[in-house]
Design a protein around this ligand. Structure first.
Ligand SMILES: [Zn+2]
Ligand SMILES: [Zn+2]
Length: 318
């Protein structure tokens, strides 16, 4: 899939509840918008209406499902149906762990008019360790510990070329214009001063490469940061972690194969997250104060519990 590179990287929290919806939180769904590319991670029931409310558009390129618990995927059929009504012709890919072929086949059986859609639904089975390349970024598939076959996902933007030193280029005799573009794209250029011809190489005018932005989504899981360590880069700009329970219900979290807010905080610290979004909040909580408090005890970056329909912009690292 080709995307038009953009400066913007936006995360729309479309549904942040766990297991059951509430009046203020819908079932799991996160939209990540990078340039012209829209990626949807999980698609709980009612996600399409959340997309309309959040005004993030319905032109999803790919859907990544973490596991086949119903709170994470029942919104797919309705979303596809609406896309078809809107005249979509571009194929869509659904990535998911074992079961993706069967579940999409079941959807075809349930919703007979899928066969009349003017776009294809591609299915890709993923497993931990897979790296799915896109133009400008990769998606790495991560392990989970949730008692069922499931995965998490890591969005990793490719390194960007170093900063272009305009003054230095002019000093070396390069005139502003197309030659600047060539150097910025990593190509060498030749310039003539009338007396001599010299070659200017990109390393003379470009700073060190700059790291891309990284976002990790755990899906539903018990604490698993030790196993995630080998998959993740040195810094995560944002970690979206299962935090179904607060610490007072740590036993319940273990029993139901989820994490507490403190578990999420420990993972955030271990994996050097700059920002931590607590996600998949059990409907039993009417306040998020205990979640924030528990995570803050063990994590010193920014902690937040995103409200549904909120959007977070991830800036380029300084
Ligand atoms: Zn869930
Ligand atoms: Zn689950």
């Amino acid at each position: 899939m080709d995307c038009i590179t953009g400066e913007t990287l936006q995360v729309f929290f479309l549904g942040t509840s766990g297991s059951l919806p509430t009046v203020s939180r819908n079932l799991p769904a996160i939209m990540l918008k990078w340039g012209s590319c829209d990626l949807l991670f999980d698609c709980g029931e009612g996600t399409q209406q959340q997309m309309m409310r959040a005004k993030c558009g319905l032109s999803v390129n790919s859907i990544f499902i973490s596991h086949w618990h119903a709170d994470h995927f029942l919104g797919i059929i309705g979303l596809l149906q609406t896309m078809s009504f809107q005249g979509r012709t571009e194929d869509i890919t659904i990535y998911g762990p074992e079961g993706v072929f069967e579940i999409v086949e079941d959807m075809r059986q349930i919703c007979r008019n899928i066969s009349k859609f003017k776009f294809q639904i591609e299915r890709v089975r993923v497993e931990p360790g897979d790296i799915i390349p896109f133009s400008g970024f990769t998606i790495t598939v991560l392990p989970t510990d949730h008692g069922v076959v499931g995965v998490g996902y890591l969005f990793q933007e490719r390194e960007r070329p170093g900063k272009f030193d305009r003054e230095r280029a002019i000093e070396l005799g390069v005139k502003p214009g197309p030659l600047f573009g060539k150097l910025q794209r990593g190509q060498e250029v030749t310039v003539s001063s009338g007396v001599e011809t010299i070659t200017v190489t990109p390393d003379q005018v470009l700073g060190l490469p700059r790291r891309g932005r990284n976002i990790l989504y755990t899906g539903d899981t018990r604490p698993i940061h030790e196993r995630l360590r080998s998959y993740v880069p040195d810094i995560l700009d944002l970690m979206i972690h299962d935090a179904t329970f607060d610490t007072s219900e740590a036993d319940r979290a273990r029993e139901f194969q989820h994490s507490t807010a403190a578990d999420a905080g420990i993972a955030g610290t271990a994996l050097n997250a700059q920002s931590l979004a607590l996600f998949h909040i059990s409907p039993r909580y009417t306040s998020i104060d205990s979640h924030i408090r528990d995570a803050n005890h063990v994590f010193h970056g920014e902690v937040f519990v995103p409200p549904d329909l909120s959007m977070r912009e991830i800036a380029f690292p300084q």
